[in-house]
Design a protein around this ligand. Structure first.
Ligand SMILES: [Zn+2]
Length: 252
């Protein structure tokens, strides 16, 4: 199973003459998009999870505490720890910080599932699901432009943004080939702790893959690889310098 994650740019609510809801100290929504790719009868399909939160509540856009909270929800939903053997996470380098590696080890052990976190080189990757991040924002904006009036905007709170997604975007039109089959929308109300040392650390820049085994031990490697051996963890990877380094001693 593959899981991609990405922070989308903030969605800005439109207000006209309406006073913004007092319960929110902001007029923006922070959106974490998590994509899950699976195979069904040989065919790859995706599900997208949108986690919408108030940037003033989970102020740090890259708060690893928020990311872990959302990933646990996704893992519960898709059954990681119940039949899923390996999960390959993908993200850009902004998620390459110590709390993520600590979480990777703890979660692999807790769920008895092998986890690998792969990082794209800057300005690479994303691929098929690249467009998903913009879907919610673009559709919501268009809806507001069409339906909004001088006195009333149909989407002006986080709840309304979540409800809009559930109502209008949950089930994309069926297509052949790899495509998004279902979208889920969550409002994250909790204020999540920012773990310590949420910075990149020396040495992490040269490593592009971190992997945790079912005992929770974390290893690092210079590149990400998706050959059969690396995906199933059976056999040897044919690429040169494909060995894993003990991340604990050198880089954590
Ligand atoms: Zn490989």
């Amino acid at each position: 199973m593959v899981v991609g994650l990405d922070f989308s740019r903030h969605y800005e609510f439109f207000y006209s003459n309406v006073i913004p809801q007092q319960s929110y100290s902001t007029s923006k929504a922070s959106i974490l998009v998590v994509y899950v790719g699976r195979r069904d009868a040989g065919e790859v399909y995706y599900e997208t999870f949108f986690f919408i939160t108030d940037p003033a509540v989970n102020r740090q856009q890259k708060n690893p505490g928020l990311v872990h909270h959302c990933l646990e929800i996704v893992f519960d939903r898709v059954g990681v720890g119940h039949g899923v053997q390996y999960v390959h996470l993908f993200s850009d380098g902004e998620f390459k910080t110590k709390p993520h590696f600590t979480w990777l080890g703890q979660t692999a052990k807790k769920r008895k599932t092998g986890l690998t976190w792969n990082y794209y080189a800057p300005n690479h990757g994303k691929g098929l699901y690249d467009g998903e991040g913009g879907v919610l924002k673009n559709c919501a904006r268009q809806y507001v432009l069409n339906k909004g009036t001088k006195d009333e905007q149909p989407i002006s709170t986080l709840e309304e943004l979540v409800a809009f997604g559930q109502e209008h975007l949950a089930k994309p039109p069926a297509k052949s080939g790899p495509c998004v089959r279902q979208r889920y929308f969550f409002h994250v109300k909790e204020k999540l702790k920012v773990p310590k040392e949420a910075r990149q650390f020396t040495g992490s820049k040269s490593f592009f893959a971190y992997r945790a085994d079912k005992k929770g031990k974390v290893h690092a490697r210079l590149f990400s690889c998706y050959c059969d051996a690396c995906v199933t963890r059976e056999g040897d990877c044919p690429r040169p310098s494909s060995e894993w380094t003990d991340a604990k001693t050198g880089y954590l």
